[in-house]
Design a protein around this ligand. Structure first.
Ligand code: NAP
Length: 328
């Protein structure tokens, strides 16, 4: 099969499309013909040699999410048969013609949705659902604050908030991205820093927001903590702005706040399966029907052969939503 291979640590130029042996599905696993995959910040870090693949995932083939069709089933598979259209998150290896996914991590693709659209769902929407709803506990009538609101995870989070009857306030450093975020259901937009976001969040929510989604980490995390109401929760999902923050612990103590850190990729399989199952039951149906309440947000589709250009585009921070690779 063809696979994108990280030939050595470095920039997008170290990626090469090569012929490699086909993978074989093990017990409970599916072999999927990948029709489309999507990029994540973790792919960029892995390419630079800063984020090794977890045990069991291909070491040098990036790609954390896919949409495709089952072509073979390993021993004991009961949920799928060859020909089924699936999508899902994997530990690596999605940037190839064939990839392996555990049958209980695989999610049925929304009916009639092209693979290049479905590939924009798994990582962004599962991360947002898990962080905001399952861990943050966001509920109807509550407020969510999100930094980097036009990112893949941000655009998923504001849609999920809207779908469950919550309201959202979000920020971006790039003004024109707000228009798209509003069209996806953002209630209050801020062009500026996370400090500006926290100020606006306190104004619009009254006592502060119930849940903060910290997508860039660093000092912005501390600003988001300042936007919380008593017993509010901030969920730390990413570290693009750095791994350190100076935090006022008096606020954390007196407001009895919760700070949760989360990753999907390095969790034990059973924990990832639990999220995938909850997602298939509660979120995946919202992409279907005449007027779906959730929409995958595709910024740009590149052919697999142009994977280096796709990586460079993500590094430019110009995207709203996901950058997708079409495998053909
Ligand atoms: N924990 C997990 O399991 C998990 C899963 C998926 C993603 N993530 C993390 O979640 C975050 C969002 O991922 P994504 O794929 O949705 O991102 P994305 O679509 O690539 O968007 C990221 C956006 O963040 C903004 N940004 C970049 N650097 C920034 C900085 N230093 N300060 C403030 N804003 C910055 C940029 O938008 P502006 O124009 O607004 O600046 C950029 O376009 C990333 O940190 C990623 O690593 C974590």
């Amino acid at each position: 099969m063809r696979a994108v291979v990280i030939t050595k640590p470095g920039g997008p130029e170290v990626l090469e499309l090569r012929e490699v042996p086909d993978p074989t599905p093990g017990k409970g696993e599916l072999l999927v013909r990948v029709e489309a995959s999507a990029l994540n910040r973790a792919d960029l870090l892995q390419r630079r040699g800063m984020y090794p693949a977890p045990p069991g995932a291909p070491k040098d083939i990036p790609g954390l999410e896919l949409a495709g069709t089952v072509v073979a089933c390993g021993e004991g598979v009961t949920r799928f048969v060859p020909g089924d259209e699936v999508m899902g998150v994997v530990g690596g290896g999605a940037c190839a013609d064939l990839a392996i996914i555990h049958e209980r991590e695989a999610i049925r693709r929304p009916k009639g949705m092209p693979a290049t659209v479905a590939a924009a769902i798994p990582e962004a929407f599962m991360t947002a659902f898990d962080a905001v709803v399952l861990q943050g506990g966001l509920a109807s009538g509550q407020w969510l604050a999100v930094d980097a609101v036009a990112s893949g995870v941000g655009t998923a989070a504001i849609q999920i908030a809207r779908a469950i009857g919550a309201r959202s306030v979000g920020s971006t450093r790039t003004e024109h991205k707000l228009e798209r975020a509003f069209s996806l259901g953002l209630d209050v937009g801020v062009h500026g820093t996370t400090a500006d976001l926290a100020k606006r969040a306190r104004e619009v929510s009254g006592a502060g927001v119930h849940v903060g989604l910290a997508l860039v980490g660093g000092q912005p995390l501390a600003e988001l903590v300042g936007a919380l109401r008593p017993r509010g929760t901030v969920v730390l999902v990413g570290l693009m702005a750095g791994a350190k923050a100076e935090l006022n612990l008096v606020t954390v103590l007196q407001k009895r706040l919760h700070i949760i850190g989360t990753v999907l990729r390095s969790r034990p399989l059973e924990e990832k399966i639990a999220v995938a199952r909850a997602f298939e039951d509660r979120v995946a149906p919202l992409f279907e029907g005449e007027a779906p309440s959730l929409r995958p947000v595709v910024d740009h589709v590149f052919p697999l052969e142009a994977v280096a250009d796709a990586h460079a585009a993500l590094e430019d921070n110009a995207n709203v939503g996901k950058i997708v690779l079409f495998h053909g």
